[in-house]
Write a protein that binds this ligand. Structure first.
Ligand SMILES: [Zn+2]
Length: 327
């Protein structure tokens, strides 16, 4: 069962820790080419009341948060929502280790969104319905991805407008824009967030579920690929690393509360629309058009509506989390 994950982005705002004492707690352990922190110091820093290990499974929990990791695995569950870590969890000399990249670029901004400083409070939401015009995206017997992307995007737009947001659509008809045009359109605006909506295909007829991508931090690969030298270049979107993952968490977890499909996790990618955008930015894949059951779901107005509702609720949660930041 998924606990109400959105509370993470709100309840934990009550944490107050003075920054001078922050690093005193951390046990830093070099391992291979990376630096790691111990799970024990994670427990102390975030006031987890319990840490249990059975075999490779490690669970840290308190009243608000349950964090589950597994030695040798890149999967991490926070209150039941799946994240793909940048580095596998390691067991070394009797200690469980999590990479510093995962601490600073994933766990901390999700646990303490009130420390995010890069993103401004926003009222503008830029919605990018993927593909369009000559580029239909994925296709199945019911329709094209470009159509579904646009339909769900309009539903999100309408819900956000009803809540008083200024919504900017990259496209609101069946036209083609290049990826660099989409970036340029988005970067015209100030104090905004950017959301690209897509549907998936591939993985035979068995792959299914929702996944959300945010830009890979510097030195972290695109999901499923090995690290390349270009992964070490700082991209425009990296200035929003902390906001990106918190935004992804809010929207992904809210969407999963509204539609009953598997959680494929929050992942890292180097898509052009994520590297080039100056705002907090995510790309959500709302299901698999190539999966027989999900293809029918995606075609139904009810599913589209619920997905749009979840997305809009996630955007609102992220906005509220930013408003409660420490100054
Ligand atoms: Zn697509």
């Amino acid at each position: 069962m998924t606990l109400p994950f959105f509370r993470l982005l709100l309840v934990l705002l009550s944490f107050s820790l003075s920054s001078s004492s922050l690093w005193a707690i951390w046990e830093i352990v070099p391992y291979g080419k990376e630096q790691y922190v111990t799970a024990r110091s994670l427990k102390d820093f975030y006031n987890f009341s319990r840490m249990t290990r059975s075999g490779n499974a490690v669970v840290l929990e308190n009243k608000e948060v349950k964090l589950q990791i597994r030695v040798g695995s890149q999967e991490c569950l926070m209150n039941g929502v799946k994240f793909i870590l940048s580095d596998s969890v390691v067991a070394h000399q009797g200690r469980v280790l999590i990479s510093r990249t995962d601490l600073s670029k994933l766990i901390d901004p999700v646990m303490r969104p009130n420390y995010i400083t890069s993103a401004a409070p926003f009222r503008t939401v830029i919605i990018d319905p993927g593909h369009g015009g000559s580029d239909s995206g994925a296709r199945n017997q019911y329709g094209t991805e470009a159509q579904y992307n646009l339909k769900v995007s309009k539903m999100v737009r309408d819900r956000l407008k009803a809540r008083g947001y200024d919504v900017q659509m990259v496209r609101d008809s069946d036209v083609f824009y290049s990826l660099s045009q989409r970036v340029a359109i988005a970067n015209r605006h100030r104090n905004a967030v950017f959301l690209s909506i897509h549907f998936n295909a591939g993985g035979g007829r068995v792959a299914r579920g929702i996944e959300t991508f945010t830009l890979s931090p510097v030195g972290v690969a695109h999901y499923g690929r090995g690290v390349k030298s270009s992964d070490f270049k700082v991209r425009q979107g990296n200035y929003q690393d902390s906001a990106n993952i918190a935004f992804a968490t809010a929207v992904h977890s809210s969407a999963l509360r509204r539609v009953e499909v598997p959680d494929r996790g929050i992942k890292r990618a180097r898509f052009s629309v994520l590297t080039g955008i100056k705002h907090p930015a995510i790309l959500l894949e709302g299901g698999f058009m190539s999966h027989p059951f999900e293809a029918r779901l995606i075609h139904s107005t009810e599913y589209q509506n619920n997905l749009a509702l979840g997305i809009a609720e996630g955007i609102e949660k992220f906005r509220l989390a930013l408003l409660q930041r420490r100054r």
